[in-house]
Design a protein around this ligand. Structure first.
Ligand code: ATP
Ligand code: MG
Length: 559
């Protein structure tokens, strides 16, 4: 066995992803003493689950290898950016459980970037171009034909410096001039055909105000910012791989700290759109209630839905790091939150579609209190007290008049256990004039009381609430925002909004045991046998509102 294959085998056993392998090699070879990563959001929208993946990756790698991660706002476009977004981004990263080493802004580096641009001009590697945007585009050529050189390409260094300074001083209008790198108009990589470095934008910037009217382009700014911060591993999504040579070119020509860029596949999710432009449109056009609508894939939306940071980190981990585009099943995300909440959440009983169950043999007005564990994982842990009376609600589909085989819930003449309480038997079905079931008259078996007498087993157990004690809450039942799994591949002529799910939100009243309102876990709770629900900030003292985070199982019956 060669050393190389031996190393690969060991790495396979250790299950390292390709970035971890690179970092371990870099540390082992002494290329870097410690690693430095960054998360570089553009403050032009709220973060979404794709960003969460990138955050977990960047912060996670640094944490694992004893390095650090900077938060850098990529605020090079004054037109679309806002401090509102800066604040929300910071809140979201903290919520996910990460701490950044330094908080930086690309705009902090405008002066340095400007000086380096002058340096490139002086080296004959950049020039001011007077051509219009259209002329520049046309001059680029195509993949199969070389571009044509700009008539301004061979200006002297002195002229370029003078014009560039005048650009900075505000002498020219938007679009009148640009600064371009002078590379090769016939380069096979189109990005090398004299890429733009600076453009003129007369707009107030959310941090630098009116100090600047020229702004650096992504390709020029990003690598330089990485370099200033001594970022060792600059991780971005796959579509930037063609930009990498240019990233390297600027760093090499300036002879500055050699940051390196690595690409991984962006997170795509079924039934989800993730581009900020589309998310903004959903908000602006009122398809959702806001950026934090619980159906949104934004971090604030997911949080309001009841997802936990632990579940998102688990999800990011399970998704892994791929080098090729793929689509992750939304159900994986749901699976992760179920795993986490199943372990940690408190249980309460609630009935979503009530039908009345009356015990004809119960002493009128009598109340019995049952102790029920808040979490079955610790049966001896904290309990809540659940009141039981002769007047109960059960969920409508826990009763069937003519049940199929293997239906173990309540039926005429049949028995079922009311969870934590007695076994009851259905003696009579009461209907209204239209044939709807309005009441189930039952009797109970006093000997079946848990903890008293002999334990008798029946096949079905259902949840219930006591009518006089029930608290009415609003349940918001969320489903997928879109009806199509492959939202990235919708047919031509169709718009992603054509696939909005009309049933993505159903609002209904639910009846819950009173202890629900005293829950102060801060976590989503489990409505037993139904799903996980998280208290919404729309709750008032008169009425609590609960968002369904997820069902208990994919194909659970109450939908
Ligand atoms: P969008 O295209 O959704 O508007 P963006 O790429 O413009 O997002 P940025 O604020 O520029 O958003 O991204 C910050 C970081 O998050 C970048 O490093 C980017 O590569 C990463 N990122 C954005 N979307 C995803 C995604 N879907 N999966 C993984 N990483 C992502
Ligand atoms: Mg971007």
């Amino acid at each position: 066995m060669t050393t190389e294959t031996a190393v690969r085998d060991v790495n396979e056993i250790r299950n390292l992803n390709f970035l971890e392998e690179i970092i371990e090699n870099d540390l082992a070879s002494g290329k870097y003493e410690s690693i430095m990563t960054r998360f570089p959001p553009e403050p032009n929208g709220y973060l979404h689950i794709g960003h969460a993946k990138s955050i977990c990756l960047n912060f996670g790698l640094a944490k694992k290898y004893g390095g650090k991660t900077n938060l850098r706002f990529d605020d090079t476009n004054p037109v679309k950016e806002d401090t509102e977004y800066v604040d929300s981004i910071k809140e979201d990263i903290k919520w996910l459980g990460f701490e950044w080493a330094g908080e930086y802004y690309a705009s902090d580096y405008f002066e340095q970037l400007y000086e380096w641009a002058e340096e490139l001009i002086k080296k004959g590697l950049a020039y001011v171009d007077d051509q219009s945007q259209e002329e520049i585009r046309a001059g680029r050529g195509t993949v199969s034909t070389p571009g044509t050189e700009s008539p301004y390409r061979n200006r002297s260094v002195e002229e370029n410096l003078r014009l560039f300074r005048e650009m900075r001083d505000g002498k020219y209008a938007d679009g009148e001039k640009v600064l371009r790198a002078k590379i090769d108009m016939a380069h096979p990589n189109m990005l090398f055909r004299d890429p733009l470095m600076y453009r003129i934008i007369h707009a107030s910037h959310h941090r630098t105000g009116d100090k600047w009217c020229i702004y650096p382009m992504y390709d020029y700014a990003h690598g330089e910012c990485d370099s200033i911060e001594h970022i060792t591993h600059s991780i971005c999504t796959l579509e930037f791989d063609v930009h990498r040579p240019l990233y390297d070119w600027f760093i090499e020509k300036l002879g500055i700290f050699p940051s390196h860029q690595y690409e991984f596949a962006r997170l795509n999710l079924t039934y989800t759109v993730m581009s900020k432009r589309k998310l903004l449109e959903l908000v602006k056009n009122g398809y959702v209630s806001g950026w934090d609508d619980p159906r949104m894939p934004t971090i604030c939306g997911i949080r309001r839905r009841g997802y936990t940071p632990e579940s998102i980190r688990m999800f990011a981990d399970k998704v892994g790091v791929a080098k090729r585009e793929n689509i992750i099943d939304l159900q994986l995300m749901e699976w992760c939150v179920r795993q986490d909440l199943n372990e940690r959440s408190n249980r309460y009983m609630a009935v979503l579609d009530p039908v009345k169950l009356t015990l004809t043999d119960w002493e009128p007005g009598k109340v019995e209190w049952f102790e029920a564990p808040l979490n079955p994982a610790s049966p001896d842990g904290p309990c809540r007290r659940v009141p039981f009376t002769g007047e109960l609600y059960i969920d409508r589909d826990d009763f069937m008049e003519e049940p199929p085989k293997k239906y173990f819930r309540l039926r005429p003449g049949g028995e079922v256990r009311l969870k934590y309480a007695y076994i009851v038997k259905c003696e009579e079905v009461v209907k209204d004039s239209e044939g709807n079931i309005i009441e189930l008259k039952c009797t109970h078996d006093p000997a079946s009381r848990p903890g008293g007498g002999e334990w008798r087993k029946v096949k079905g157990t259902i949840h219930w609430v006591s009518v006089p004690h029930a608290v009415k809450v609003e349940a918001r039942i969320y489903d997928k925002l879109f009806t199509e799994a492959q939202m990235g591949q919708i047919p031509e002529g169709k718009d992603y909004k054509d696939y909005l799910n009309p049933d993505s939100l159903k609002v209904q009243d639910a009846f819950a045991e009173p202890a629900l309102l005293e829950d102060n876990s801060g976590l989503a709770v489990q409505f037993e046998r139904i799903g996980y629900f998280f208290k919404d900030p729309d709750s008032t003292p008169e009425k609590a509102v609960f968002n369904r985070t997820t069902t208990l199982k994919d194909s659970f019956r109450i939908e």
